[in-house]
Design a protein around this ligand. Structure first.
Ligand code: ZN
Ligand code: ZN
Length: 322
């Protein structure tokens, strides 16, 4: 089969990959659409140096083979983290933190290929009427929803999102649903425009390098810029006793002054993957929406990776290539 393989240094397009065989409890999925996530770009920069295999974790597919016969033929999305099922993390609903977990596209073959296997319990059926081009946003939207699981958001207060990219867009849409006074702070005026229907927008210099009044600061700050500078800005704009939610995963380390955290009694929350079912529901009901994905053939992966579209990805169906 065709697939995009990470050889430890770069992505390689191959046509000689074997169709994967289901292990115990796994289902075989034929991939329809797969999106590139910034994590995939980070992998190419060295985020997962030990990984060798097929890249990608955001997909919509159709179940071909499954121990659960009701899933066969269904259009589905799937969670990334396949735990051992036995350890304390797996037994206490923290499978995504299992020490021996396999993560699709990061430590186990992913979805930038014609077929992929996945643990059946990680599969979610796409509701009827939700087109694959929107369903493919389930995983990143679920990651944004995770914030509402972790942090009690008082909608009478205010919140900021740092970043104007895809993840920031998901987070901002989710926070906007609470009705909170929301500001998105970014670098690119043209990207910030997209946020204007549901948030205030500001450019970085409006907040950077000047002292801010308590009123100007924010109770909740979600950092989704993907850069170290975003963490510095988060510490600068968060109110005393406020909450910073760290969403970016990137290769590299940040040099930050930790003393502000105890002195100002800041809560810092790390936040990763989230719940799929509510994400599917929001998409299906049109409570959130995203621009069309720019789709490519897998062999044009270089173009797809260097695209500046809101989201780019791969289609395994001719009719979806724009
Ligand atoms: Zn992702
Ligand atoms: Zn486990």
């Amino acid at each position: 089969m065709k697939g995009l393989y990470f050889d430890g240094e770069k992505a390689v397009y191959r046509e000689d990959l074997p169709i994967p065989v289901c292990g115990e409890g796994q289902s075989l999925i034929k991939i329809l659409l797969a999106d590139i996530c910034s994590t995939d770009r980070e992998i190419l920069k060295g985020y997962r140096p030990d990984f060798r295999g097929i890249m990608g974790h955001e997909f919509v597919g159709r179940v071909v083979e499954s121990p659960d016969p009701s899933l066969v033929g269904k259009t589905v999305v799937g969670e990334l983290n396949e735990g051992c099922g036995k350890c304390i993390y797996c037994r206490t609903r923290r499978e995504k933190h299992c020490l021996s977990r396999k993560v699709i596209g990061m430590s186990k073959d992913g979805c930038f290929a014609e077929y992929m296997t996945l643990a059946t319990h990680l599969i979610h059926v796409v509701p009827e009427g939700l087109p694959p081009e929107q369903a493919v946003f389930t995983e990143p939207l679920a990651a944004a929803l995770e914030i509402t699981k972790q942090v009690h958001i008082d909608p009478a207060l205010n919140a900021a999102v740092i970043g104007d990219g895809r993840l920031a867009y998901m987070i901002a849409q989710v926070l906007a649903l609470t009705g909170i006074d929301l500001t998105v702070i970014g670098k690119h005026p043209e990207k910030l425009q997209m946020f204007e229907p549901f948030a205030k927008t500001a450019l970085l210099p409006d907040y950077q390098d000047r002292s801010l009044s308590a009123e100007e600061c924010f109770e909740y700050v979600a950092e989704a810029s993907g850069h170290e500078s975003g963490i510095h800005l988060a510490l600068h704009i968060v109110r005393k006793m406020g909450t910073i939610i760290l969403k970016s995963t990137y290769a590299g380390s940040a040099n930050i002054d930790l003393s502000q955290i105890p002195v100002n009694e800041i809560t810092v929350v790390g936040s990763r993957c989230g719940p799929f079912e509510p994400a599917l529901k929001l998409l299906k009901e049109g409570k959130v929406s995203f621009p069309d994905v720019e789709l490519y053939n897998l062999k044009d992966y270089e173009k797809a990776f260097s695209s500046h579209a809101f989201k780019s990805g791969f289609s395994f169906l001719k009719e979806y290539i724009h």
